[in-house]
Design a protein around this ligand. Structure first.
Ligand code: ZN
Length: 151
């Protein structure tokens, strides 16, 4: 980081503080050449992650959608809200752990199933039923599309 006054690249950090939200870091720096002091703010860049649907459409990765489908499988009232949130966190963390920028919707389903399996067997079976019916519906649509191309 260059000095704002003399543009020297020889600056050092003299103080580091976590931002109030916990998602930013403020650093106090001093220029070793002219002694000028200034602050920098480091914040995370939001990763653009996309999801490829079975029919080839691309959507933005949406944590909320995963949460909704998990809640639907778990059914209202069966579980405490924070436990469901923790489950969503587990799914999202696993999906993002290998740093992929694009996920297939089928991949998401598999991770959700795997996490649910160890959490609630009934919810697992509910999700599996929905997951399979969607898979079949997409296959069905693909078949129609293929036959349309032929004719
Ligand atoms: Zn300077």
């Amino acid at each position: 980081m260059q000095c704002l006054r003399c543009r020297s690249e020889d600056t050092r950090v003299i103080d580091t503080r976590m931002g109030v939200d916990g998602f930013s870091i403020k650093r106090r720096r001093v220029c070793n050449r002219c002694g000028f002091r200034f602050s920098t703010l480091e914040t995370p860049v939001r990763e653009e992650i996309t999801v490829e649907k079975r029919d080839g459409r691309i959507e933005e990765f949406d944590r909320q959608k995963i949460a909704t489908s998990l809640r639907a499988a778990l059914k209202k009232g069966d579980h405490q809200r924070d436990r469901v949130e923790a489950l969503v966190d587990t799914v999202v963390a696993r999906l993002l752990s290998d740093g992929k920028k694009r996920l297939a919707s089928a991949e998401i389903g598999i991770v959700v199933l795997d996490v649910l399996k160890n959490f609630d067997e009934l919810a697992y079976l509910r999700y599996l039923t929905v997951y399979q019916s969607f898979a079949n519906l997409d296959d069905f649509k693909n078949q129609i599309l293929k036959s349309e191309v032929k004719t």
